[in-house]
Design a protein around this ligand. Structure first.
Ligand code: FMN
Length: 156
């Protein structure tokens, strides 16, 4: 067994995954929110998230946002308050919110914009790589939402 950077794992050394809050939602973009407005949201978010230890993905398609946010609980809660007060979107539907000890699903993504058609593949890749059961359960929930709910048209 090797870790991410190729060192052999020491079986005597306990590794504790970090405590992460996950917030996954979809929402409707406000009138006038176009591709360039979304690029601005991404640029702002990346700068802010890097300081807060938040990572995730944002999908925009057919006037709908889908966002996966993960990070330290206090930081994610601050962001959630900001999201609910943000007039650039409305009708926020929470799809998943949980606090688990687990590794990040998107460790290198301070907020990556993913094309709507790619979201299923991104989530499936994350699921294929996932090792701990909390991560696998969270991803399975979101894939089930994606395949059955209002998001189905996003991945089409
Ligand atoms: C779809 C969408 C996604 C957003 N994602 C993030 C994010 O990942 N990180 C962030 O800091 N702000 C994000 N924002 C902006 C926040 O909603 C909010 O404007 C910002 O955090 C407020 O900061 P302030 O309360 O300091 O003004 C997003 C906004 C929208 C509409």
């Amino acid at each position: 067994m090797f870790d991410e950077i190729g060192f052999p794992r020491d079986p005597d050394l306990e590794y504790d995954a970090p405590m992460l809050e996950t917030f996954v939602y979809c929402s409707r973009a406000a009138e006038g929110i176009d591709d360039s407005a979304v690029d601005q949201i991404i640029a702002f978010s990346q700068a802010r998230n890097v300081d807060r230890g938040i990572t995730g993905v944002l999908v925009f398609g057919s006037g709908i946002f889908f966002q996966w946010v993960e990070g330290p609980p206090a930081e994610v809660q601050t962001l959630i308050t900001g999201l609910y007060g943000d007039a650039r979107h409305f009708d926020i539907v929470q799809l998943d919110r949980s606090v688990d000890m687990r590794d990040r699903i998107y460790p290198g993504w301070e907020m990556e914009r993913v094309e709507a058609g790619d979201i299923r593949a991104v989530l499936q890749d994350a699921l294929d790589d996932a090792e701990d059961e909390n991560t696998i359960a969270a991803l399975n929930r979101i894939l089930a939402h994606l395949d059955s709910g209002p998001l189905a048209s996003l991945g089409a």
